[in-house]
Design a protein around this ligand. Sequence first.
Ligand SMILES: *Cc1c(COP(=O)(O)O)cnc(C)c1O
Length: 422
Amino acid sequence: MSASRHPALSATDPELASFVAAEEVLQAQTLRLIPSENYVSAAVLEASGTVLQNKYSEGYPGRRYYEGQQNIDRVEALAVERAKGLFGVDHANVQPYSGSPANLAVYLAFAKPGDTVMGMALPMGGHLTHGWGVSATGSWFRGVQYGVRPDNGLIDYDAVRELALAERPKIIFCGGTALPRTIDFAAFASIAEEAGSVLVADVAHIAGLIAGGAHPSPADHADVISTTTHKTLRGPRGAMLMCREEHAKAIDKAVFPGLQGGPHNQTTAGIAVALHEAAQPSFTAYAHTVVANAKALAAALLERGFDLVSGGTDNHLILMDLTSRGVAGKVAAKALDRAGIVVNYNTVPFDPRKPFDPSGVRIGTPSLTSRGLTAAHMPAVADWISRAVDAAAKGDEPALGAIRAEVTDLMAAFPAPGLPLS
Ligand SMILES: *Cc1c(COP(=O)(O)O)cnc(C)c1O
């Protein structure tokens, strides 16, 4: 398979080529439920592997520190124009290497070390880079953190407001990595305004849903929008920072020369292609189907007795608390993996267990929706999950093997974008 797909690589480095080929098989045969992952299109893959890779281009289109930018400038300007059009923003910077460096650039633009910053706590569903202690953002800055309500798993906006007014943070982050519910950007904006804070909407997980109209947009509410490009947006691994004109200079200066050197032009090209794809009517349908599938999967899991944080989902993501099933998140995640279902173990809010051995499993529908699965398939998916979790609790390996065969069968009928037909 790989020799024909990557002939030069196979000839030069057969060992590495064999790893890539094995990964192609793994991605083709498994049911991938990690909500931050997806399958990029063949076009995005091609754009991300071009000779644009060979070019140094520190600076911005028309203002570079190296010559020979005739084509690179057009590539980056196209990506920027598409980002502005798709998200309805004044300004877009497409150079951040990934989501974490993009967020670090936001700190550099708006805060000084030691300043107070505010974000959602990691165990509540926030991201490391929102001021959590083990991250540079939590040790170089003074991170104060909000969470969700213990009774319903929803963000407590009154508590967010109280904390913001007491702490007057320079920056407030909203958004996260394990939030199954719609984010009220307008509520965060009024809190940030009252507290005199810069509001950053980190939509890394839901950017594709926003682009496709399946989640409200922060464009009218946030000072800065930070996003990765590789999650629901279905582009290459990278990130973008978008903002109003008034913050454009600060953001650009923070990314380069503040934090980074030369942009990864091959990634910029892949981002441009992904943004073009995301502007098509088919992507609007995709985004809505991602949500419909997640809601159908959540309903099917609830029917099978699972506890879901916040009782369900509004977006692409479901956080399952496995406490009542008598199995820890990591044990379940590893059993699911052996059953051909790829998830990640995750803390749940107020988790009594440790982060490296938490109570939950996080799942999502972006990848299976990219393969063409619909709501009609979700009861079967929930069945597999339920059987695998029970098998994990009992140590029933043959049951996991049986599920894996069924999963492989269904996946064969739904070839993934960007992968060779298996
Ligand atoms: C994924 C994610 C990031 C970080 O992105 P990386 O590309 O992994 O650095 C930042 N913020 C949020 C909310 C995320 O979900």
